[in-house]
Design a binder for this molecule. Structure first.
Ligand SMILES: NC(=O)c1ccc[n+]([C@@H]2O[C@H](COP(=O)([O-])OP(=O)(O)OC[C@H]3O[C@@H](n4cnc5c(N)ncnc54)[C@H](OP(=O)(O)O)[C@@H]3O)[C@@H](O)[C@H]2O)c1
Length: 231
């Protein structure tokens, strides 16, 4: 798989909503790992600023920006990092640019103000609903719901948590696990896209834990007893 910006070994990555805290954190980490990243945004001025900030931090011009649709069209892999309220609308806007690609959806269906309470949408999972919407020609993979943006933004420290990776296509999950590994995070095959409900719900649990135990950086999860297990 190669594109104008990616290579066979290193696919290019578009991050829709890439100006936000989670999206820009992932962009920073992947760019730091040597990937070409395109920030997708509705606002070119804001995107240019975020983009310049990341490139300055890395002292390398690895991140560019474009409107969400153009970013999705230009990249090999697309990551969705917009708030739940904008999830479906953003996917519909870029839909034809996703054909044949992997869409990594980080969405957590938080319903403010009660974000520390699990409130999954009808049907169970926000991300599974996107796979239903797009059908089989887009391989949707759910990941990074439980990684706090704050941790991604801090390049001086490793991101200390595991990532549950859910999706119906095993090869697509494998690709996402490799992308996670390249930013120092252990991704774990966590089953079909329906299982994304658990990762989405877990975020509210982590928010409640952060609040109760005053964990400023954000608590994360670890899956035990995987070391030495067959992968
Ligand atoms: N923050 C975290 O720690 C964290 C952790 C795990 C998962 N997540 C998930 O990651 C996603 C993004 O979270 P975030 O905290 O980065 O969100 P955010 O900062 O509130 O928003 C991200 C970006 O989405 C775009 N956006 C906002 N409203 C929009 C709308 N109505 N239509 C289209 N685009 C819109 C904006 O980009 P432009 O204005 O540039 O278009 C914004 O910069 C969410 O689904 C969240 O649940 C977040």
């Amino acid at each position: 798989m190669a594109s104008a910006t990616g290579s066979a070994e290193r696919p290019s990555i578009a991050i829709l909503g890439g100006t936000g805290s989670e999206g820009s954190g992932l962009a920073l980490r992947w760019a730091h790992a040597g990937y070409r990243v395109i920030l997708g945004s509705r606002n070119a001025q804001k995107a240019a600023q975020v983009c310049a900030g990341i490139n300055e931090r890395l002292a390398a011009a690895r991140v560019s920006h474009a409107a969400n649709r153009a970013a999705a069209a230009a990249a090999d892999i697309v990551v969705l990092c917009v708030p739940y309220a904008a999830q479906r609308g953003t996917v519909e806007e870029v839909r034809d640019a996703l054909e044949g690609k992997i869409l990594i959806d980080t969405t957590v269906p938080l319903m403010p103000p009660k974000v520390a309470r699990v409130q999954l949408p009808e049907g169970g999972s926000a991300v599974a609903a996107i796979q239903d919407l797009l059908g089989g020609s887009v391989r949707v993979v759910s990941a990074f719901q439980n990684v706090a943006a704050h941790l991604l933004q801090d390049l001086d420290h490793a991101v200390e948590c595991d990532v549950l990776v859910c999706g119906d296509d095993v090869a697509a999950r494998e690709t996402v696990i490799k992308l996670a590994a390249d930013i120092g995070v252990r991704g774990i095959h966590a089953g079909s896209i329906a299982n994304s409900a658990a990762a989405e719900a877990l975020t509210s649990v982590l928010i409640a834990i952060n609040s109760r135990y005053k964990i400023a950086g954000g608590a994360g999860i670890r899956i035990t007893r995987l070391d030495g297990a067959e992968h």
